[in-house]
Design a protein around this ligand. Structure first.
Ligand code: NI
Length: 187
């Protein structure tokens, strides 16, 4: 991918967005495609999503995680001193390898929860970049996992939805309990 973006300034000049924590209806929603009328909204949203993701910190963020019903994701799997920011509009996985990889995944909408998830090792993702150009990326490694995780969000799918109901319920109960304790100030 060569549509490298300039990461937003870390001086607080970009307003951060509030990250939606599961369970929440927006996280279960199949998001609508970004259309021509969404240009201004998307342009405003992208730097704020990057800033919110870096601050968290995380390596990917999908629009529904900040309450926006739009097919838009931002990802950056690069190290802190060598950012690799990508914004993908209307991304879709158009090819996936038979070979799979298992990685431990987490999610900014499920703080402190992690699980091993198995997904195709290599994927081809088609998307539109910020300039409106149609692009394709062949991703492997962490980027492949991250792109699939974020595109899942646009279809209302969380990483725990790839687990057995037993494991998923265990994680969701723990999340709700931890969030309640946090809200109650640890009482
Ligand atoms: Ni996530």
């Amino acid at each position: 991918m060569n549509d490298l973006l300039t990461p937003p300034a870390a001086d607080g000049s970009v307003d951060l967005l509030r990250i939606v924590i599961a369970p929440s209806a927006i996280l279960k929603t199949k998001c609508r495609a970004v259309g021509a009328g969404d240009d201004d909204a998307v342009r405003a949203l992208i730097p704020r999503m990057f800033a919110t993701m870096y601050k968290a910190p995380g390596i990917g963020l999908a629009a529904p995680q900040v309450g926006e019903n739009l097919r838009l994701i931002v990802v950056d799997v690069g190290p802190e001193d060598k950012r690799q920011p990508y914004a993908l509009i209307n991304p879709e996985v158009v090819a996936a390898s038979d070979e799979t990889s298992t990685r431990e995944e987490g999610c900014l909408s499920l703080p402190n929860q992690f699980a091993d998830i198995t997904r195709p090792s290599v994927v081809k993702v088609r998307y539109v970049d910020q300039a409106g150009a149609r692009r394709e990326v062949d991703a492997d490694g962490l980027l492949a996992t991250c792109l699939q995780h974020e595109i899942d969000h646009l279809n209302g799918i969380l990483f725990v939805d790839h687990l057995s109901m037993l494991k998923r319920n265990m994680i969701m109960r723990r999340l709700v309990k931890e969030q309640r304790e946090k809200r109650d100030g640890g009482r």
